[in-house]
Design a protein around this ligand. Structure first.
Ligand code: ADP
Length: 414
């Protein structure tokens, strides 16, 4: 089965074509056939396209909206010169999987998109005003371009965390706000945390029941997750992705009173301060230089920049605190798993996060840590470390493709 997976943002569209089926999933033999990215939809768009094993194509094209972007991609896919293995016409795309950010409390699992799912997603726009409309644009466009006969599946970023117990997902504010407005912690990056738990099981041979780990997804956005008996029991992002760890541009945990105080002091409207917390805080805010961890690490080592160093140390310290909290929440963990652009590549960040945690049974192997770069799966703790430390490359697109395949096959009874 060839699955077209889409991640639609407000002005961007990322896609992959993945060949998978139940047998290929079982053998971990699913194959990425092609991928691409369209940025700046709505003006002169930047297009990046790549067939697996061939060189990357970079182009520009005036693409008005998501539908135009999808039409452009399809034209490329079916162009005889493109030569994606097994794909000659649009009929060779068998299903579409959409990364969808906010499923609220309704969607515990990935689901085939029908009228009701769309209505529920529209009802959730309030909860994710930036993300859900963008995801919906992708869904409407795909339906128009591929036609209603091609099944579409929604894979929600929130679903994996719906197993959190009430005492973990509620905020200690008057209970009626939860009842009336569904204000609670939802958590995000669910596809990534779920995939890392799966990969951990695949590599260690453990069962779901025996999977007690802390996953750290450290990218531009960052979150931690406590996974007990294979299920998410707590995660650091909350009502929105703003809560939790310090991130590239997001503040993470913060005393809510700062918001009012800043509005007053800066004579700025609330929206502006919230935008500062989302877009100008975190690593960027503290360093005053960049939200990019690689650049920041270079800045620290080459120029000894004090604030670059401070931002890195704050980033690591806040991760450490979550490790401690989740160790307590789970009565200890068997492993800590790093993933995401930073988690998979930044040797120095992993070193600082794990430094001085011997008291909690965490002993890093400095040499293995240095080897774990560029998307390798590697155990990086010493044999005597009570808690294992892993670096595991995430693959959210693969989860989207596999879920789409499973949902479609069940629906058609195959
Ligand atoms: P996103 O959340 O946008 O998907 P990624 O998971 O791609 O982000 O992670 C991006 C982050 O990973 C950036 O801060 C980038 O600097 C960092 N990163 C990537 N490679 C390295 C590296 N070799 N060393 C340090 N940081 C890295």
């Amino acid at each position: 089965m060839n699955i077209f997976v889409v991640n639609a943002g407000s002005s961007s569209l990322k896609f992959q074509i993945i060949e998978t089926d139940l047998e290929l999933i079982e053998k971990h033999a699913d194959r990425q056939l092609a991928k691409g990215l369209i940025e700046r939809i709505g003006s002169e768009s930047l297009v990046t396209l790549k067939v697996e094993g061939k060189s990357t194509l970079k182009l520009t094209a005036p693409l008005r909206d998501h539908k135009a972007a999808l039409n452009y991609i399809i034209k490329w896919i079916i162009n005889p010169e493109t030569q994606i293995p097994g794909i000659e016409g649009i009929e060779d795309i068998h299903a579409i999987g959409h990364r969808t950010v906010h499923g609220g409390e309704m969607f515990h699992k990935s689901i085939r998109i029908d009228k009701e799912v769309i209505t529920a997603m529209e009802d959730n726009i309030d909860l994710a005003p930036l993300h859900n409309p963008a995801n919906l644009k992708g869904i409407y466009a795909a339906r128009e371009v591929f036609g209603p006969a091609v099944p579409q599946v929604a894979i929600f970023d929130t679903s994996f965390h719906l197993t959190m117990p009430e005492y973990a997902y509620l905020y200690p504010i008057p209970y009626q706000y939860y009842r009336r407005y569904k204000i609670r912690r939802y958590g995000f990056h669910g596809t990534s945390h779920r995939y890392i738990a799966y990969l951990y099981r695949a590599l260690t041979g453990k069962s779901k029941e025996d999977t007690n780990i802390i996953t750290l997804h450290l990218g531009n956005g960052a979150s931690a997750c406590a996974i007990k008996k294979g299920k998410s029991i707590d995660t650091s992002m909350g009502f929105t992705p703003l809560e939790g760890l310090m991130m590239g541009t997001r503040a993470g945990d913060l005393d809510a009173s700062v918001i009012e105080y800043l509005c007053h002091k800066e004579a700025a409207p609330l929206e502006e301060i919230i935008s500062v917390l989302n877009k100008r805080s975190g690593i960027l805010g503290i360093s005053g230089l960049t939200n990019d961890m690689r650049d920041l690490l270079d800045e620290e080592s080459e120029h000894k920049d004090r604030r670059a160093s401070l931002a890195i140390n704050m980033f690591c310290y806040r991760i450490k605190k979550y490790i401690g909290a989740y160790m307590a929440a789970m009565n200890g963990a068997d492993a800590i798993c790093f993933t995401g652009g930073i988690g998979e590549n930044a040797v120095e960040i992993r070193r600082r996060v794990c430094e001085n945690l011997e008291g909690m049974g965490i002993i890093l192997d400095e040499e293995s840590n240095k080897l774990a770069v560029g998307g390798k799966a590697l155990l990086i703790s010493k044999p005597e470390s009570k808690v294992e430390v892993w670096v595991l490359p995430t693959n959210e697109e693969l989860v989207l493709a596999r879920d789409t395949c499973r949902v479609v096959l069940n629906a058609s009874g195959k």
